[in-house]
Design a protein around this ligand. Structure first.
Ligand SMILES: NC(=O)C1=CN([C@@H]2O[C@H](COP(=O)(O)OP(=O)(O)OC[C@H]3O[C@@H](n4cnc5c(N)ncnc54)[C@H](OP(=O)(O)O)[C@@H]3O)[C@@H](O)[C@H]2O)C=CC1
Ligand SMILES: O=C(O)C1=N[C@H](C(=O)O)C[C@H](O)C1
Length: 253
């Protein structure tokens, strides 16, 4: 994702890439980030050192790296866009503390289509929750074989938003195996498929007695996430400290 952010930012006059950060042991440190992203050289070497000042930072990294990104941005008072998923409770707490001082956009999907589908998923849940015979909601996500967290942050967000529309408590069930017994009414099932180079696909199934509704959103490459993150970086500049989502950025709140 870092390479696509650098490539799209380089191609857009509204942005100037001033730093490309990775960890201290990264074998490509010192190499030109434009070249690494497949563009012309941009004289910005891949580095482990955060700049003292910049207008906004974008984090696509690993859960263990997000804490240091937050700390660096706090120190320089830099607005931050966090796209990394699978964050620990500790990192989430650090984000909640940091937003007292800096603005942070935090979202498991930067894609416009995904965020719009989230709104549709909420609407469908609200409309179907009391349907005679009941509705069974399951979330199927597909991603590339390199993905390290499951289910996807986006699938979990879909589940959280849908649960917010249901009456009573929702049980979140991850996969099924063995003698599970019959499906209970108040659960949301999650199924994480890992295949090839799939760039991200989510299907929300609303199964009823006699008919089924499915909402499916799929990317065909990863630029929807990179361009969404760049839009968030642009949007966040000048905002007061606080925690924002892509719904805020996209005007879908
Ligand atoms: N919100 C959204 O729209 C999207 C979110 N994502 C999420 O973004 C994250 C990154 O995805 P992706 O780019 O595919 O993952 P990659 O593994 O390809 O990239 C992560 C990069 O972070 C580097 N890294 C590891 N540790 C640190 C550190 N301490 N400091 C700085 N950099 C570090 C990795 O280095 P090394 O290679 O050496 O490990 C690697 O270069 C994932 O959590 C993914 O789920 C992805 C797409 C869209
Ligand atoms: O790792 C990925 O690739 C993606 N991760 C995000 C997630 O976990 O939801 C967003 C997108 O689906 C791609």
């Amino acid at each position: 994702m870092g390479r696509r952010v650098v490539a799209l930012a380089t191609a857009d006059e509204a942005f100037q890439v001033i730093a490309a950060i990775d960890h201290q042991q990264h074998p490509l440190l010192g190499q030109d980030s434009g070249g690494l992203a497949g563009c012309d050289p941009n004289q910005v070497p891949l580095s482990a050192t955060w700049p003292e000042e910049c207008d906004a930072a974008i984090d696509f990294s690993l859960p263990i790296a997000v804490g240091s990104a937050v700390a660096s941005c706090l120190q320089s008072k830099t607005p931050l866009v966090i796209a990394t998923t699978g964050l620990s409770d500790e990192t989430q707490a650090a984000i909640e503390e940091a937003v007292k001082q800096i603005p942070i956009v935090w979202a498991p999907s930067m894609s416009l289509a995904v965020n719009l589908t989230m709104k549709l998923a909420e609407q469908a849940a609200a409309a179907l929750k009391n349907v005679p015979g009941g509705v069974d909601i399951e979330i199927i996500e597909r991603h590339h074989r390199y993905k390290v967290d499951a289910p996807s942050g986006t699938a979990l967000k879909f589940g959280e938003l849908i649960a917010g529309q249901m009456d009573g408590e929702t049980k979140h069930v991850h996969g099924r195996e063995g003698e599970t017994g019959q499906r209970s009414r108040h659960e949301i099932g999650y199924h994480a498929v890992r295949v090839g180079d799939n760039t991200g696909e989510h299907t929300i199934v609303y199964g009823m007695l006699g008919e089924t509704l499915e909402l499916r959103v799929a990317s065909s490459n990863r630029d929807c996430y990179a361009s969404g993150a760049l839009a968030a970086a642009r949007w966040i500049q000048g905002r007061p400290p606080g925690l924002y989502s892509m719904f805020d950025v996209l005007g879908l709140s």
